[in-house]
Each structure stands twice: as C-alpha cells, then as structure tokens.
Design a protein around this ligand. Structure first.
Ligand SMILES: *Cc1c(COP(=O)(O)O)cnc(C)c1O
Length: 422
C-alpha cells in the first residue's frame, strides 16, 4: 500500500459484520476462561490483553498503522511524546550508560535527558548536528548505548543528517533513534535512511487537531542486538521478571525492542495512551497524507512573504532555497518538510512580544504542528528553563518566534502577519 492508503486502511481490517471504524476498547481488564490462559499471557507465551496499563487493543491497532507508515516491524503508543523518547532510551540504556545526542533537539526532550535522566545515572554528550567527523567520533564512549536526533529539530529547524549519524552509530555497534515528529512519515521515513528506532509526539501533526497528547515508538527491526550482546544485556540475557525470557531470542530482530518496552517499561511506568485518545489520533492519521502537503505549501508561501518583509531580520525554513538546510531537506524530504517556520524581527525580543499581541488568526499557544496556525516565543515559554548558552546551542535565540502554519487559507494567514507587522 502507498502511504495515503495506509493512513486510511492500515492497522485494522474489520471482519464480517464488525465495526467499520477502529473500536474504542474502553476497558481496563480482559476476561479469560481459565487461569492457565491468563498465565500464558503473563509468561509472554501467548499474545493477548490482560490490563490496559500495559496494552490495549485500540492502541495497538493505531500503533500498527503508524508502524506501517514508518515501514517498521513493531510499534506501540505512549501517553506522550516525552514518554516515547524516555522509553526509547531507557529500554536500552540504564544507570552507568551513555548516549550521544544532537544538541538542537526539542527543549522538553533536552531537559528530560540533560536533567531528569542524568539523575537516573545516564550520561549524555550533546553534539552539534553539523559537527566535524572528528567531534562526532570523540563523542562516543565505551558505554555509549544509542545515538539520538530529530529529523527536523523543534524549533531550530535543523535538518538532521540521518544517514551520517546512522553510519556513526552502527560503526560503534549502537542504534540510531530518530524523533520524526515534525516530518511525519508522509515526508520522511527515517528507517529507510538507516535509523533503527523512530519516535513521535503524536500530539503534533499526527493527531493534528489539538485534541490529544500522545506518543509512539516504532522499531525498524534491523538492529541486531545479539551481534552486540554485551552492550544490551536487557535484550540479550534472561529477564527474571518474565520467567527467564531472552527478548532478542524469543521475539527476534523485529519484535524484541517493542516487546521488552511494553513488558517492562509500560508495566512499571504505565505511561499508556488512553484508548479514547488513540481513537482521536486515528482520526488525525486518516487525513495526515492530505494535511501535510497543505501545511508545507502554506508554510512555503508564508516563509517567502516574511523573507521579503523589511521588518523581518531573518527567516529559517528548510524549504527556502537560501536556507542552510535546503539541500539536505531536498535529499531527505523531497516533497516538503513541515509547516513550522522560525524568524526574528529587527526589533529583537521586545518587538517579538509586541508583534505577537497583535496577531488574530495566528494564536499564541504552547503548541505547534496542527491544523490551526499558532505562534510561540520559545525563550519565554517552552525553553524558559534553559540558559542563554543552552538556548543558543539548541539553535533557539532569545528573539526567535516559532510560527506553526496551519491549513487555513494562506491569504488570511499572510494578511494577519501583515497587519501585526504594520
Ligand atoms: C512536542 C514534542 C515532543 C514532546 O511531545 P509531548 O507529546 O508534548 O510529550 C517531543 N519531540 C518533539 C520533536 C516535539 O515536538
């Protein structure tokens, strides 16, 4: 199937007389005829559902759709993008381990890694995604367990050189994890470029309508854990909490990562997406392939308009021919990147605040990447916990305005910017 068809059809095929739409299985628990039946589930001997803290059928149908779109072998939903990124790392790295990470990632993820996960004893080295080969090489340590980056960084709009980082990760026997939130699998499939694990904040374009916070993890199924068995004992040695199962042996390349993540992390943390939210997410996914091109088309026109405006100091959008990442974006995302633009006004931080107050169509919201045009000043909101040095290293200067172009008529969006700039 092509991606447009998968958006509608993948993940759920109703049988004779069953609901046409993915059913919402709003149930905490599932009934079995015998204790033996249930015992097999607890031992991971049979697949099935017993408690929605770990797994729910509605979620799994929607995860299967996202997995198909990404070209992966297994997928799962999480309660948020934060949970997805946390799980993606914590499933393979533990106290005493180390991760190489692009410095330009989303502020929330940066804080999760740099503050909270450090408290758990996991060390991170943040590298400029455009660093020299030598710097990248030097970032690796004997205890490195993964490399992490974002296809298009939020909000720095740095396009990640997936192939280069995948090669570096694989040369060191570790997987590359890519957060593909901004590009979505409509515009880029990181697995095709060598990524091993893909994560999402489904809160953004996938849901697309400001209704549901959520996340997803997809395994590309190519990383050979057993070939690097000493680095990943959680996958390659018996799990005593599951009767001595060795995930990489029992579930193979395609299933080990997601099975372990569900059986251990979802069991213990319970960061599950509500089935109702998964249903809303599925509605968003159905139109994803139609919405993404419209976001890109509108953003392109808005970026060109801003670039030509005398009060605008700079514009960053990977679709602009002069942009630093234009060529790389054409390689990885030939059909378009995303609807998010960042720019600064000649009046700097103060002008940004004044300008934003005057906007009417573009609303101020701590959100990005959905049908509604919205605007945000990260230095004053999502990134305010970062120091000025961290802001600059993250590619988010104090004057940066993040404009998420929606799917309204672009003339109304431009007219709104025009009156606010005036
Ligand atoms: C928003 C976002 C997250 C965090 O997702 P939540 O759903 O808000 O928890 C992670 N990565 C990227 C790239 C994001 O834009």
């Amino acid at each position: 199937m092509e991606r447009e068809t998968m958006c509608i059809q993948a993940g759920y095929t109703p049988k004779n007389g069953e609901s046409r739409m993915i059913p919402i299985i709003q149930s905490t628990t599932f009934k079995y005829d015998t204790s033996e039946d249930m015992g097999k589930l607890f031992d991971l001997e049979a697949s099935g559902y017993f408690y929605t803290r770990l797994q729910n059928p509605t979620n799994d149908m929607v995860a299967a759709k996202i997995c198909a779109l990404e070209g992966g072998t297994a997928g799962m939903l999480t309660s948020s993008g934060q949970a997805a990124n946390f799980f993606s790392i914590f499933n393979i790295a533990t106290c005493g381990d180390h991760v190489v990470c692009a410095s330009t990632i989303y502020g929330g993820t940066f804080n999760l890694f740099n503050v909270t996960m450090r408290k758990m004893g996991i060390d991170f080295t943040f590298v400029d995604p455009d660093c020299s080969d030598e710097e990248l090489e030097n970032a690796f340590k004997p205890n490195t367990k993964a490399v992490f980056g974002e296809t298009i960084a939020n909000p720095a709009l740095v396009v990640f050189d997936i192939e280069r980082f995948a090669n570096a990760a694989h040369a060191h026997g570790v997987p590359l994890i890519v957060d593909n939130t901004f590009a979505t699998p409509i515009n880029c499939r990181p697995i095709e470029w060598g990524a091993d694990i893909v994560t999402h904040s489904t809160t953004k374009y996938m849901d697309g309508h400001d209704t549901s916070v959520g996340g997803a993890i997809v395994d590309g199924g190519k990383f050979d854990w057993m070939a690097h068995a000493d680095k990943f004992p959680g996958l390659t040695t018996p799990d005593d909490s599951y009767h001595g199962i060795t995930y990489a042996e029992k579930f193979g390349l395609g299933g080990a990562f997601i099975t372990k993540c569900t059986a251990q992390l979802m069991r213990d943390f319970g960061s599950i997406q509500a089935p109702m939210n998964a249903f809303f997410l599925n509605l968003g996914l159905e139109s994803l392939a139609v919405r993404m091109p419209r976001h890109c088309e509108n953003a392109q026109k808005v970026a060109e308009y801003l670039q030509g405006h005398e009060k605008v100091a700079w514009v960053t959008y990977p679709g602009l021919p002069g942009d630093k990442y234009y060529e790389r974006a054409r390689k990885y995302m030939p059909n378009g990147t995303c609807g998010v633009i960042s720019f600064g006004l000649k009046g700097g931080r103060a002008a940004a605040e004044e300008f934003m107050k005057k906007l009417k169509v573009a609303m101020i919201a701590t959100h990005v990447a959905d049908a509604h045009t919205c605007v945000l000043h990260p230095a004053n909101s999502t990134h305010r916990q970062l120091t000025d040095e961290e802001l600059i290293a993250g590619g988010v200067g104090p004057d940066l305005i993040r404009l998420s172009v929606g799917i309204e008529n672009v003339n109304d969006i431009i007219a709104d910017l025009e009156q606010a700039l005036a």
